[in-house]
Design a protein around this ligand. Structure first.
Ligand SMILES: Cc1cc2nc3c(=O)[nH]c(=O)nc-3n(C[C@H](O)[C@H](O)[C@H](O)COP(=O)(O)OP(=O)(O)OC[C@H]3O[C@@H](n4cnc5c(N)ncnc54)[C@H](O)[C@@H]3O)c2cc1C
Length: 391
């Protein structure tokens, strides 16, 4: 499809990524999902190809490519139909390491970011806790300064890549929690090496996204060198609010690719399956449902690409990022549900692409900010007239 956002270079890159994923990922992705992990060798391959550092600076081995190169990569990653892999890779390359690239000092970049870009050290983002998720002001994991270390105590949950990560970009409380209109105070970001004494991980078996190896992590008097602080003390909320916009844009883009995959799979089934001597693809009731979904997907793609374009201009389009995330991830649930329904029992078999899409799509309306929080942000912006350009 012709688009004002992509040039010939992006088209060539898309073919390259698609061929790589077809050869190195698609034949094995179902096994990784069953094994709850993405093997280390795959991370190295992704690193060698430069796919783990497309946005990161050249100084750490990244590609410093434009945002739409990443959009191409993420759409193609989504099109593998493997939610666990796409969560694992996006958390590593666009979420956890994003903070190191944006505000990490030279030493942190050398020690953690550069090997992460090469696929040699795996990153995870540890924000959510058993007692607090969407509401960051409720985070309770503490980091108390003791000489040239922080002593970290607490627990994190739903950490994607948690079982295999070499380090966690961790939200910790370094100051008092005060709810203010400007957000949650007293939070900082710290790199916690998972090899440190006091770090313990337990697998959390999730409904979908299984190869992301989700874990709860307990942190028991973990002594973290003070120079592992990312950016400035107590500025964690501010960094997270900026990082979350990219996270939401990435989630929306992955959902687009996931929907492409689900729709492709459904198309193949409806064409091949005959009922009472006629292909299902010729039944008007089904044709219209597919038409509606394809139309919604096309509109969602425009919203995501436009949001990416705004983001690439250096704006921080928070409302559009929330809209893109809300709309695409909820549409992906509807599309997966219809795809499963229209494939009858074939879609209900656990190993089917429709069943996997169904499980995986559910995760994305919760992770990176639940739909209710997205609606809250969008609704408040519209009512406060901060988003009149959208109306
Ligand atoms: C598959 C998956 C992977 C994840 N990966 C990571 C990860 O790598 N790192 C990480 O730190 N976290 C991760 N998360 C956690 C995710 O960010 C949280 O689930 C999310 O922020 C919501 O927090 P919670 O689950 O504690 O729900 P809660 O905050 O307890 O909220 C429960 C529900 O209440 C509603 N709700 C909450 N707040 C509001 C509000 N303000 N207004 C109206 N309704 C509201 C929503 O329906 C929400 O789903 C992951 C989650 C999933 C599902």
């Amino acid at each position: 499809m012709r688009s004002p956002y992509f040039d010939d270079g992006h088209a060539v890159f898309r073919e390259e990524v698609r061929a790589f994923l077809a050869a190195e990922v698609l034949p094995y992705a179902a096994d990784w999902e069953n094994q709850d992990t993405v093997p280390g060798a795959v991370w190295k391959l992704l690193g060698e190809r430069g796919y783990l550092g497309l946005l990161h600076p050249r100084a750490v081995g990244g590609g410093e490519r434009d945002l739409f190169t990443s959009i191409v990569f993420l759409e193609e990653l989504g099109r593998t139909g493997c939610g666990g892999l796409r969560a694992a890779v996006s958390v590593h390359a666009y979420m956890a390491t994003h903070y190191l690239a944006q505000v990490g000092g030279d030493d942190l970049r050398r020690t953690y970011l550069a090997p992460a870009v090469r696929g040699e050290r795996l990153a995870a983002l540890a924000i959510t806790e058993p007692g607090a998720g969407a509401d960051l002001s409720g985070l309770g994991t503490t980091a108390v300064r003791d000489g040239d270390h922080f002593v970290v105590d607490g627990a994190k949950s739903m950490v994607s890549n948690g079982m295999t990560a070499d380090f966690l970009v961790t939200a910790v409380r370094t100051g008092t929690a005060v709810r203010s209109p400007r957000g949650a105070t007293g939070l900082s970001l710290l790199v916690v090496d998972t090899a440190l004494p006091g770090v313990a991980r337990t697998p959390q078996r999730t409904l979908g996204w299984r190869s992301a190896g989700t874990a709860t992590v307990t942190l028991d008097a973990v002594r973290v060198p003070a120079d592992r602080l990312i950016g400035r003390l107590h500025n964690g909320f501010y960094y997270l609010m900026r990082g979350l916009q990219l996270e939401r844009l990435v989630a929306a883009t992955l959902a687009l690719g996931g929907m492409d995959h689900t729709l492709d799979d459904l198309r193949g089934f409806l064409r091949a399956r005959t009922v009472a001597g006629d292909a299902l693809a010729r039944k008007q009731a089904l044709v219209h449902r597919v038409a509606d979904l394809a139309t919604d997907l096309a509109a969602a793609r425009l919203l995501v690409h436009h949001t990416a374009w705004l983001y690439a201009q250096g704006e921080l389009p928070a409302v559009e990022c929330s809209m893109a995330k809300l709309h695409t991830t909820e549409l992906a649930c509807r599309l997966a549900d219809t795809a499963l329904q229209l494939q009858g029992s074939h879609g209900y078999v656990e190993s089917s692409a429709a069943a996997r899409a169904h499980r995986d799509a559910r995760a994305a309306t919760i992770a990176a900010g639940p739909s209710e929080v997205m609606r809250d942000l969008i609704g408040r912006a519209v009512l406060n007239e901060r988003a009149t350009h959208l109306l």
